[in-house]
Design a protein around this ligand. Structure first.
Ligand code: DLZ
Length: 209
């Protein structure tokens, strides 16, 4: 039994994601940790019934770029394309050697491995980044501005933006929050919580609308 009062209490309701469309936007800084978090989020989305074809994944260089990417993806284009889940998991070195796919913004027929997505608005967006404190003030500025900007986007648009940005003081803290701890405590993959939060919030917003 856990002896801590901290943490997320599991919901009594199993939210159904089978009609939801969810975007994941992730930074590429600290990629080993990012990959685990994205995989955790995707696993929970799928566990809740979100179809692979309704999960769109895009990458940006760093966490500072997440708000703009979320904002533009929500605003959306008529036809949006991005890496599908199978491509992404291949790019995460789970068995294939296919190169990671970058963002794509074309409305022309998609090349092999890129799927054109139906024009259904996103029910939730998960913004995933890993910020690890360094020697300068960069960390503080990026943490502050990104968290404020992501909150503003969800309040302004009414589309839930799940805050999947780890703000860790050490490498070890970040690894543990992705379930990759190097000691006895492997930690917990917070990406899983973010996947569940996206389905819960996406479902709530549909009900509230
Ligand atoms: C510059 C920078 C630094 C120092 N650290 C991180 C980090 O730990 N995690 C992260 O996601 N991005 C970092 N970046 C990159 C910025 O987020 C951004 O990509 C660049 O400043 C370009 O706008």
């Amino acid at each position: 039994m856990s002896n801590t009062i901290k943490g997320l209490v599991k919901s009594d309701v199993e939210y159904d994601g089978s009609n939801l469309r969810v975007a994941i936007v992730h930074a590429r800084w600290n990629k080993i940790i990012i990959d685990a978090l994205v995989a955790g989020a995707v696993a929970k989305l799928k566990e809740r019934g979100v179809k692979e074809s309704n999960i769109v994944i895009e990458s940006v260089p760093g966490s500072f770029e997440l708000p703009l990417a979320c904002s533009r993806m929500i605003a959306g284009s008529h036809v949006q394309s991005g890496s599908n889940v199978a491509d992404l998991l291949g790019g995460l070195n789970f068995g294939t050697t296919s190169p990671p796919k970058g963002p794509s913004r074309t409305a022309t027929p998609a090349p092999a491995g890129i799927v054109s997505m139906p024009n259904q608005p996103f029910d939730a967006v998960i913004a995933i980044g890993v910020l690890i404190k360094g020697a300068t003030m960069h960390f503080e500025y990026i943490c502050e501005s990104v968290s404020h900007a992501l909150m503003k986007i969800q309040v302004d648009t009414g589309v839930p933006v799940i805050f999947g940005v780890l703000t860790a003081l050490t490498d070890e803290q970040a690894l543990e929050r992705a379930g990759l701890g190097r000691g006895e405590n492997k930690g917990h993959n917070h990406g899983e919580d973010w996947g569940l939060a996206a389905v819960e919030m996406g479902s709530h917003v549909r009900r509230w609308s």
